[in-house]
Design a protein around this ligand. Sequence first.
Ligand code: C2E
Ligand code: CA
Ligand code: CA
Length: 756
Amino acid sequence: MIRLRFQKDLLIALSGACLASLALLTVSLYSLWTIQTDHVRVSRHVAQLAEISAPGLAASLAAADYATIEKIAAAIKNAPDIEKLEIRNETGTLDLMLQDGSSDADLASLTRPLVAGPDGDAGQIGRIRIYFPDRTASHAGFWWISLAAAMAAGTLLWGIWRLRRALERDIAHGNQLPYGKGPGRGRGDNRSPQRRDGAGQEDIPAPFGHLFDSETHMASLVSEEGHLVDVSKGWLTRSGYRREAVVGVKITEFLADPDREMIRKRLSDMRTEQRPQKGTLRFRRADGSVSDVWFSATAVFMPDGKAYTLSVIQDISELTGKSGKPITAEFSDYLTGLVNRVGFEKMLADLVAGAAPEDRIACLIVDLDRFKAVNDHHGYAAGEEILRAFVKRAAGALQTASLSARLGGDEFAVAVAGADAPSTAASIARALHAATAEPFQIGAAAISVTVSIGIAFSPEDATDSEDLIRFAAIAATSRKAEGGNGIRNFEPQMLASRKRRRETEADILRGIEENLFEPNFQPITCLKSGQIIGFEALMRLNHPEKGLIPPAEFIAIAEETKWIDRAGRQLFTKSLSGLGALSRARGDDRLHIAVNLSPVQLTPQKVAFMADELKAHGIDAGRLTVEITEAVFMEDSRRVSDSLRMLKEMGCRIALDDFGTGYSSLSYLTRFHVDTIKIDQTFTKGLTHSDAVLAARSRRLIEGIVAIARKMDCTMVAEGVEDEEQAEQVRAIGVAYGQGYLFSPPLPLEAALKRV
Ligand code: C2E
Ligand code: CA
Ligand code: CA
């Protein structure tokens, strides 16, 4: 019988190993395939990048304009996948290299000549070499793994086959496998299905073999009466108890006094409500020390029909700060083991009330930037893992705080009390900020997040804890409004700008409510013929008391609150009626209309709305241009790419707005085809700059953009054309269309009707 059991166990083990080898084989073959396709994609992207940046680089090299060369080089270097970049000229006077770190390991490269000179007599004046990761370098490793896995699977299959035959023979000889209840094996064998409940003495099956064998998990099984039935090896190692000393003992014996009642209640809640319980408690080790642990408990029903509680605990004492006060589950955050909002508000109030006159208290509000996007793209589990990892990275700094909490979501709070609170708070803030310097590795993804931190002090900023938290939060929000990723101390004028913001928010809501958003129309003119070919619809908020409010005053807030979507819908409908009226006034149904869409507006629902409106107004989608900025590509989300694809399929044109600011849009052009490039106002204005060097630079940049646009088959519009000379220069460089005060400012519909 023993032999049979051994053979059966071996068969199971061999089958498991065989499956594992097959899985490894599949994974490594799949890796080989993805590496190869990825390599092809990146090589193509790099080639395009070199292609479109070469004309601008060549022109700048010919003019010895090193500032522009550096700007373009930095833009290429910043494109994804680019590790290193070299630009040289033939004479050897320029040798520019941009590189992160120093490792040259496993890089592939691509070289392109830089050619300049008059048509027909152009010559190579330099070259650019772009380095990118050579992902195929790991090919050999995966081939070896595949080979080894295939051989292992083969050998194991053979072993299984042999064993099965032997087993069948033995069974045929009359042996039977032991199933169900039986005498079982000794206590030393941790896979034993037989455990004794010290209280009940019944046999219970335990299907948690690996968990209870685990050295890393602190798992325990508790009977309905609250007695420990079994604990994992890790539980024993970390708690310091011997197995004989704990089996059969009441679970509450291992908890610090204040938590006992809470746990008793939660275990009974768990059974009655049938829902897992999580939280923190104070756990007593064999040596008498007490530490904070995070627990998760769930009811399990065994084949014997009895209910047990399976609980896993994890030591989090290093995360909970130095306060030394026990944090009860009611005040603790299950995710990080820090204090929760209720606990923080209460404890900070105590801290403020108990502070000596010379004591200062600092309150920090710590808010991760754009964390919702992380949740949206990578899922909540990844988001939670980042929050935990962030706390772990910051654990050292949090130890020096009097109080650290997660208020909820991605918002944390820290309090520091004492005469040196300002300096301690500043160093904690720096450490929290530094904790996001490196991306978080979650599964295969390296996710970068940044953090905004606001700090307020008692007694100088506020004397009660509620204001202290509120003001620190205002400082954090104000840091966010400046682009996030940094630290800001509270200043009283933030309250004034907050008031202004509230007013603007009220204006926007009223605008949405009362349909007050309307377009002004700015002509886009053909530089050769002087004919108006279309209009850009620019948003205004026509406030009954304040008059026309320009977009600079409300767009940012409308985007942040996503109210821009509803405002934009009003604008779109009115823009299309305006276009209808303008077309009728001119008797020309080819006039086109351009509208601006910010990233939050690019949703499939919005595109569907636009399609319906176009139909309702009888306007062909080909007459609509959607202006987007590079911010759209930075979102890099499914929603955005789906929306852009839908717009293209409808037949709309896409324009890349504000192009040229630092060439940062360059790398996006290779990945998404746009129909129109709008050269940013600063370059048009730069053409007539009083400093001849700067003027020449703007000229070369526009020449570079024109060269790119030609390669990518895009039309061009120069924005911000204010005088004849600028119009003449952009026309001479090869820009087809212009827009700006020279031709007309944005006009209300009635005025625009008179211009067509
Ligand atoms: P933009 O899309 O770059 O629009 C061009 C801006 O330049 C407009 O400012 C226009 O009035 C101004 N402009 C035109 N010609 C000249 C010129 O010759 N010289 C100078 N100095 N400025 C000129 P506006 O209307 O204040 O719009 C500002 C920004 O607000 C727009 O920049 C756009 O980013 C945003 N915006 C406007 N309407 C909408 C909208 O409907 N939706 C969204 N999401 N954003 C909008
Ligand atoms: Ca625009
Ligand atoms: Ca623009």
